[in-house]
Design a protein. Structure first.
Lengths: 82, 273
């Protein structure tokens, strides 16, 4: 499990397992694969392509996900970078 | 025999041609600057079915533009088109739909089987796919039902022309990809071309299953429009006089200029000779 703000690496085949990314939001997932507001059977993570620039927090980045280019990853494609 | 002279071309256009007709209704929720398939648009030709398992397409499918099949040595060429679009500045392309599959699920973050392979010879595929290194073939992710609002990556497991294998990652597949959208799949290895696709894996759920699949096509001709509802003509030289092989599953796609595909209407001739 990862936390908002945590630095992560994206594993192959989606990433090279080396570059550092940052979790900017957690999404709860239902058994049907829908994104739901409350904790359910699973989670996935919106991950920014790079650590956020100075002055930008995951909280305010989450309001500008298109700008940071965040993409969702299931937990099996991520590992902690710190 | 092949059409190799102007006299043969004129004779084919004037005396031995198949008249073709396109009259496709608009698809909503398009994106400017992106490719959209009209396979599922209603009209003429009729609305193509959403494919299930992988299949090699041919001229008998609903959705294919009909033309008279020829007996060798007679051949067929896309030689004339005249068409109009309800949107200004559209590009309309006629492709041969070589193979397709559908039913991929936007909520799964595990490998989904595709197995679209164009190395075979059924339905005249050996001629239709063009160069033996598969460099004439375009590969697409094609949407048949809207997927969800979360942006994900897709990893596509492919086999190249030299039998080597690899993964192609499409990054940041946007939120709520709509029906008709075509995302190009381009080789990740310089000088290598895709001959088959084995699976697609999404990095996470998009939030909705939708439906999408893999499609392989070969471009056969195109025309452009500049003004809404003003017909433009593309003659044989503009079209490139592409040979239309027996069994070709011809269908239109567009490069959108706005947020719908708009009505697309055209007629044309496939010259035989």
């Amino acid at each position: 499990m990862f936390e908002v703000g945590q630095l992560v690496r994206v594993l192959p085949p989606f990433g090279d397992g080396a570059q550092v990314h940052q979790v900017v939001a957690v999404q709860h997932v239902s058994a049907a694969g829908e994104i739901v507001p409350e904790p359910d059977v699973g989670v996935q993570y919106l991950v920014a392509p790079h650590p956020l620039p100075e002055g930008m927090t995951p909280e305010n980045a989450a309001g500008a996900l298109d700008w940071v280019g965040a993409v969702a990853f299931a937990p099996q494609w991520l590992e902690a970078a710190n | 025999m092949a059409i190799t002279t102007r006299d043969q071309l004129i004779d084919g256009l004037g005396n031995r041609s198949s008249r073709i007709l396109i009259d496709k209704a608009s698809l909503a929720n398009a994106v400017a600057g992106q490719f959209f398939s009209l396979w599922r648009a209603t009209g003429v030709p009729g609305q193509g079915a959403i494919p299930a398992a992988a299949a090699i397409c041919d001229h008998t499918l609903t959705g294919a533009i009909g033309f008279a099949q020829q007996t060798a040595p007679a051949t067929s060429y896309l030689a004339w088109l005249r068409g109009a679009t309800a949107n200004a500045t559209m590009a309309v392309e006629i492709h041969d739909r070589l193979a397709h599959m559908g039913g991929l699920n936007g909520t799964l973050a595990t490998a989904q089987t595709v197995n679209v392979d164009i190395t075979g010879t059924s339905n005249n595929l050996a001629n239709r796919r063009g160069d033996t290194n598969f460099s004439d073939v375009s590969w697409w992710l094609e949407w048949y039902g809207d997927t969800g609002g979360t942006s994900v990556n897709a990893t596509i497991a492919v086999t190249y022309d030299d039998a080597s294998t690899g993964n192609i990652v499409l990054t940041g597949i946007g939120a709520t990809v709509r029906t008709g959208r075509l995302l190009p799949i381009v080789s990740a290895v310089a000088g290598r071309f895709i001959r088959s696709i084995q699976s697609v894996t999404l990095s996470a759920t998009t939030g909705a299953a939708g439906s999408f699949g893999i499609t392989a096509t070969r471009l056969r001709g195109a025309f452009d429009t500049w003004v809404a509802n003003k017909p433009e003509t593309a003659d044989w030289a503009w079209l490139g006089l592409s040979e239309i092989f027996n069994s070709s599953c011809l269908f239109p796609l567009v490069v959108c200029s706005t947020t719908s595909t708009g009505t697309v209407r055209a007629q044309g001739k496939i010259a035989h000779g």
